[in-house]
Write a protein of this length. Structure first.
Length: 412
C-alpha cells in the first residue's frame, strides 16, 4: 500500500498547474462552506437571543391552557412555588413574573385596544433588554404605582410623550371593571413594528391591584445561561413542578413553542442555504471529474505499459482513487485552515450590516453580525466536499478497469 501512496502523490504533482487549480477550487469551496455555515449559525443565535431578551425569554411557566386562550382567569396562582423551582435549576440565569390583560387605552385625543403587561421593575432588566430600549423618559422603578412604559409607535398613535396621562379600561380577573389613570414615564423602541405598536407596561404590583389578580401572575419568564442549556433546563423545571404538585396545572414552554414563526424562518433559511451549498459542491465535483478524465486520456498509453508489465486493472483503479483522495485532502486541509482563520477574524470583529439596519431591526438585531465558528461548521462542509468529490472520481477511476493493454499502447 505504501508504494501506491508514494506513486499517487508523485502523480498528483506531475501537472502542478492543474493540481493547484483543482486544490484551489476545493479549498475555496471548503472556505465558503465554513464561513457561510458559521455565519448562518451566528445570525440564528443573534436572532434568537435578541427575540427572547425582548419579550418571550428562553422558557416560560404558564397555566396549562393560557397560551391558547389568553384568558385572565388562567393564572399562576402562587408564583413563589415556581420561583423556588427555578432557583433550584443551575442553568437558569434569571427570571421574572409578568401579568397581562386586554384594555382600552385612551389619551386626550385617541383610543386603542391593546394588551397591558405588568412587569417587576427590579427583576425585568435581568431577563429582558426593555430598560436598554428606552429612548425618551425613563424606565419604571419600584416606587412607581401609576406609571407606564409605552412603545414608540403606540405613543405616536396616541400622540403622547413622557409626562402625559393615559386612561386604562378593562376587565379584572374576577369580572370587575379594571380602570386606572397612568402617567407615561418612558417610551421605548425595539425596532419590531408590531411590538412597538401594541406594548404598554405598568408595574406588576399596580397591575395586580387594577385587574384584581390577588397576587397571581400569568407567566414566569426565565433566561438560561445559553441556548444549549434550554432543553435540559426545561426538563428540570417540568420535573420540579411535578414534585411540587403543580405539574398538571402549569406548563413549561421553550422559545421554539413560544415563537414558532421564528423557528420556521430559521428552518426555511437552512433549507435554502443547503441548496446553495449543494450546488457549490457539485461545481467542485465536476472540476474533479474533469481533472481525472483529462488525466486518463493523457495517461492511457502509460496505463497500457503498466498493464503490459503485469499491474492489474484493480491496482490502477486503487492508484487513481488514492490520487483523488490525496488531491481532495490537500484542498480540504487548505480550506479548513483558511476558512477557520477567515471566520475567526469576523467572529471577533463582526460584519457591518448598517445598510440593512431596517431589515435586521425586524428581528431585533443591531447592525453588526458575528459568525459562530464551531466544530460542526468547521467540519460539516469539508466532509461533504470530500465525500462528493470522492464519488465523482469513481467514474474515471473505474473506467481504467475496461482498458485493454493492446488498445491502450496504441493510443496517441
Amino acid at each position: 500500500m505504501f508504494p501506491d501512496l508514494k506513486m499517487a502523490w508523485r502523480n498528483i504533482w506531475r501537472n502542478p498547474r492543474r493540481t493547484l487549480l483543482t486544490v484551489a477550487a476545493i479549498g475555496f469551496a471548503s472556505l465558503v462552506l465554513i464561513f457561510m455555515l458559521s455565519f448562518q449559525l451566528g445570525s440564528y443565535q443573534a436572532m434568537i437571543n435578541s427575540a427572547v431578551t425582548i419579550d418571550t425569554g428562553h422558557l416560560q411557566v404558564q397555566a396549562a391552557a393560557y397560551r391558547q386562550k389568553k384568558s385572565m382567569r388562567l393564572v399562576v396562582a402562587d408564583p413563589a412555588v415556581v420561583d423556588a423551582v427555578l432557583d433550584s435549576v443551575p442553568a437558569i440565569r434569571a427570571y421574572t413574573s409578568r401579568a397581562s390583560g386586554f384594555a382600552l387605552v385612551s389619551s386626550a385625543q385617541r383610543t386603542y385596544g391593546i394588551r397591558v403587561t405588568g412587569i417587576d421593575p427590579r427583576s425585568e432588566p435581568r431577563v429582558s433588554r426593555l430598560k436598554k430600549l428606552v429612548r425618551s423618559g425613563r424606565f419604571l422603578n419600584n416606587s412607581d404605582r401609576d406609571s407606564a412604559l409605552v412603545g414608540i409607535l403606540l405613543a405616536r398613535n396616541l400622540r403622547v410623550a413622557p409626562g402625559d396621562e393615559l386612561t386604562l379600561l378593562g376587565q379584572g380577573r374576577d369580572g370587575s371593571v379594571a380602570a386606572a389613570v397612568v402617567t407615561v414615564r418612558g417610551i421605548f423602541k425595539s425596532g419590531i413594528a408590531e411590538f412597538d405598536r401594541s406594548a404598554l407596561y405598568i408595574p406588576l404590583a399596580a397591575f395586580q391591584d387594577i385587574f384584581a389578580m390577588d397576587g397571581a401572575v400569568h407567566k414566569v419568564v426565565a433566561i438560561c445561561n445559553s441556548l444549549d442549556e434550554v432543553a435540559p433546563a426545561k426538563q428540570a423545571v417540568a420535573a420540579g413542578l411535578a414534585r411540587a404538585g403543580a405539574g398538571k396545572t402549569l406548563r413549561v414552554l421553550d422559545w421554539q413553542e413560544l415563537m414558532p414563526g421564528l423557528l420556521q424562518a430559521i428552518q426555511l433559511d437552512l433549507v435554502s442555504g443547503f441548496i446553495f451549498y449543494l450546488l457549490l459542491v457539485l461545481v467542485v465535483a465536476f472540476s474533479i471529474l474533469n481533472t481525472f478524465l483529462m488525466a486518463i486520456f493523457e495517461r492511457t498509453r502509460e496505463f497500457g505499459v503498466l498493464m503490459a508489465l503485469g499491474i492489474t486493472p484493480g491496482r490502477l483503479t486503487r492508484l487513481l482513487l488514492l490520487e483523488s483522495l490525496g488531491l481532495t485532502m490537500v484542498g480540504i486541509a487548505a480550506g479548513i485552515i483558511g476558512g477557520g482563520l477567515f471566520t475567526w477574524y469576523f467572529q471577533v470583529h463582526g460584519l457591518d450590516f448598517s445598510g440593512s439596519s431596517e431589515i435586521l431591526a425586524e428581528y431585533g438585531i443591531e447592525g453588526r453580525l458575528y459568525p459562530r465558528l464551531s466544530l460542526l461548521s468547521l467540519l460539516a462542509g469539508p466532509l461533504v466536499v470530500m465525500v462528493i468529490t470522492f464519488f465523482a472520481a469513481l467514474y474515471p477511476a473505474f473506467k481504467v478497469r475496461r482498458l485493454k493493454p493492446v488498445e491502450a499502447l496504441a493510443a496517441n
